[in-house]
Design a protein around this ligand. Structure first.
Ligand code: AMP
Length: 104
């Protein structure tokens, strides 16, 4: 999507380094981390929020990607968060899953 910052990141417009990437998603570090490790798992297809996604396979693949990213970052314990809607704190309207933790 033209004006979507995460679509631009996925397209490589900013040279953002990916923690990992696969057919379904890319994972990169949050620019304003709220935890020692704070990554975002972002589907390659544009969907404004969780409410716009009906593809169960994609949702499953995103959760698998969360686990892979956590393992790659060395996180055994971590929190996941999906903000859906402005009132819930969503600022970027391209679905993403926050993965936050601390290497111990
Ligand atoms: P949310 O409030 O759930 O929409 O989360 C959006 C997240 O995207 C925030 O934690 C921001 O810090 C993060 N963010 C915004 N722009 C960028 C960017 N260019 N690169 C990495 N993270 C970003």
């Amino acid at each position: 999507m033209e004006d979507c910052i995460f679509c631009k990141i996925i397209n490589g417009d900013f040279g953002t380094e990916f923690v990992l990437e696969n057919e379904y998603a890319v994972v990169f570090n949050d620019i304003n981390p709220k935890a020692p490790v704070h990554m975002l798992v972002v589907p390659r297809v544009h969907a404004a929020s969780l409410n716009e996604v009906e593809d169960k396979n994609l949702l499953g693949e995103l959760m698998m990607t969360v686990k892979q990213a956590a393992a790659k970052a060395g996180l055994k314990s971590y929190k996941t968060l999906i903000n859906t809607g402005k009132e819930a704190g969503q600022e970027v309207f391209h679905l993403h899953i926050h993965v936050m933790g601390e290497k111990k």
